[in-house]
Design a protein. Structure first.
Length: 202
């Protein structure tokens, strides 16, 4: 029995001696862990910075894509709207020739009447087709001169009417949607002569 307590006494000092190095290792491990935590915090902060930079890049790219999409849609819309511009411009001299032919077809002879009626019908159909595609005629007779839509060929000082009023149209103008294809060639009144007023109540 006495042998057992001696062994316990021998074990206890040895265990205490071993505890010293264990505490040192634990301290070093805790110190390393603190250093690791500091390093991890720095890495986390860097990761947050990179994430913020990437988020900013993503937002910028998204804005650029939205702008590009809007610009492309606008260009496509414009292309659709004005695809007929060149074709319509090429048709304008044909319309002018038809109008001149109708004006020249004077007389009451049956052949002349048929020719004039055929020309008028053809012109009406052609203008109707152009109108369906938003090509509209500008016939500004009696309107105020508009330099954006009309081209003044002459000023008539003897014409009665308000100054800068269109008194004669040499050649009609045309627009495609809001774009001018050709200005109307006009003569404008110099003005100064009052136009007689008609009593509309009579």
């Amino acid at each position: 029995m006495n042998a057992e307590p001696e062994q316990q006494q021998d074990v206890q000092p040895a265990a205490l001696d071993e505890a010293g190095p264990i505490e040192g290792e634990l301290f070093e491990t805790a110190l390393d862990a603190q250093l690791d935590v500091g390093g991890l915090r720095e890495e986390l902060a860097q990761a947050h910075r990179r994430a913020d930079e990437n988020w900013d890049k993503l937002l910028r790219l998204q804005a650029e894509m939205d702008n590009l999409r809007r610009r492309t849609d606008k260009d496509l819309d414009s292309t659709r709207k004005f695809a007929l511009e060149r074709f319509a411009k090429e048709l304008l001299p044909v319309i002018d020739s038809l109008e001149l032919g109708i004006q020249a077809a004077k007389g009451d002879a049956p052949e002349v009447v048929q020719l004039r009626e055929g020309g008028e019908l053809t012109l009406k159909q052609l203008l109707s087709v152009l109108e369906r595609f938003n090509v509209l005629e500008l016939n500004p007779l009696g309107e105020k001169f508009n330099p954006e839509l009309h081209q003044a060929m002459a000023v008539d000082p003897s014409a009665q009417g308000e100054a800068n009023t269109v008194v004669k149209v040499f050649q009609k103008g045309y627009v495609l949607h809001e774009r001018l294809l050709r200005p109307a060639m006009v003569v404008i009144a110099k003005g100064g002569v009052e136009t007689p007023r008609v009593d509309e109540t009579a």
